[in-house]
Design a protein around this ligand. Structure first.
Ligand SMILES: [Fe+2]
Length: 390
């Protein structure tokens, strides 16, 4: 994250003595990305942040992946998927490759375990529901339409105020605004479709007393994605203050300003974030093309170098009319295969000046495999719908 924030009590000079009212030193921790060469924050703990008393295997939900072979476009109906109720352990893997994994969970109202992802940043899209995410940096609220960005290695837990549908995009890298939206010093530029005012981070510390606290850690070994349960001597939510440019935040799709054009605009104008070897875009309610002969739905396109995942979250997605896709659906249109609107959707779109549609797209630059949740939610008839419908 590009801009600086300070929360709670911090000393005026970094790396100097910082004491509680009884005179005890706080323990300073640097969380820094890319070694010491990128964004970081300094956190001041009441307890020793490295003091663990136990380490055990945490058995993750099934992380197995099945190649998309023979090659097919896929339709996955996430609303038909049974999941666990826990925002962390209840996730079912829908799609994944070595750069990013997409999971889905419908929570109850119990808090998740304490958790951190040591593989990469998480971008969790909130399809519905509300609550808070409690982190070592403090609390961020969440509501429908939010992307919740949780940096790698941030200890946190999800506390839903109501059942919540969460679409978890877990990177093997960091997730950030596209570089082309940023000044050379990291400020969001005027042509970006959102700005710093639209990002909501923690505003005050969140402190909990406790001993022998379990934290679930997702990490990697040569055997792939695995989990470990670490038990901490004191509660990890013990940070009295922090400052820096690394912290969790939310961004809501309502605050995204769609870029439109005289003729059809390509997906990069809808981009919101990027990670290593993937991008995240959102297609949102907007005025559409105003050339008198324009065709508002997309042309057929062969994504030569990417697999395209659309998650349909609200409204009525014009290009997919007649395909069986509805709210809660995912379409996977893989590289090596041209896709586009249902033929009947092209004529139907002529003269339309507004699309009431909301979809979150992940484009990956390496092929995606199907997770066990994706296989369980598949509509096997989808691949043939262009040929069978007018
Ligand atoms: Fe597409």
């Amino acid at each position: 994250m590009a801009y600086y924030r300070a929360v709670g009590e911090i000393p005026p000079t970094r790396h100097t003595q910082h004491r509680d009212p009884e005179g005890r030193l706080y323990y300073e921790e640097l969380m820094g990305e890319e070694g010491f060469s990128s964004d970081s924050s300094l956190l001041y703990h009441r307890g020793v942040p490295s003091a663990i008393v136990a380490s055990e295997v945490w058995e993750l939900p099934d992380q197995g992946r099945t190649p998309n072979h023979p090659l097919k476009p896929r339709h996955l109906k996430l609303h038909e998927l049974e999941t666990g109720l826990d925002a962390v352990e209840g996730r079912r893997l829908v799609l994944g490759n070595n750069d990013v994994r997409i999971s889905y969970v419908v929570t109850g109202t119990d808090p998740s375990p304490y958790y951190r992802n040591a593989i990469g940043d998480e971008c969790v899209y909130v399809e519905s529901g509300s609550g808070v995410v409690v982190t070592v940096f403090g609390v961020v609220d969440y509501r429908a339409g939010d992307y919740v960005i949780v940096p790698r290695a941030t200890t946190h837990c999800w506390v839903p105020a109501e059942p919540s549908r969460l679409y978890a995009i877990e990177a093997n890298s960091h997730i950030a605004p596209p570089k082309r939206y940023l000044s050379r010093y990291g400020q969001l530029l005027e042509h970006a479709p959102y700005c710093e005012r639209d990002l909501y981070g923690p505003t005050e510390p969140f402190l909990v007393d406790g001993t022998d606290v379990d934290v679930l850690v997702k990490h990697r070994t040569s055997a792939g994605v695995v989990g470990t349960r670490l038990t901490y001597a004191t509660h990890p939510f013990d940070v009295v203050g922090w400052d820096g440019c690394l912290y969790p935040y939310t961004f809501n799709i309502e605050d995204y300003m769609p870029i439109t054009g005289k003729v059809h605009q390509p997906p990069p104008v809808h981009q919101v974030f990027e990670g290593h070897n993937f991008v995240i875009c959102n297609f949102l309610p907007r005025k559409v093309d105003y050339h008198p002969l324009s065709i508002p739905v997309p042309y057929y396109h062969s994504n030569v170098d990417s697999d395209e995942v659309m998650f349909y979250v609200a409204g009525d997605y014009e290009a997919r009319k007649g395909s069986g896709i509805g709210l809660g659906s995912i379409s996977l249109h893989p590289g090596g295969y041209a896709h586009g609107p249902q033929p009947s959707a092209i004529e139907a779109s002529l003269g339309v000046d507004y699309f009431d549609e909301s979809a979150v797209m992940v484009d990956t630059f390496a092929p995606l495999d199907l997770g066990e949740g994706g296989l369980a939610a598949e509509d096997p008839a989808y691949a043939w719908t262009w040929a069978r419908q007018p």
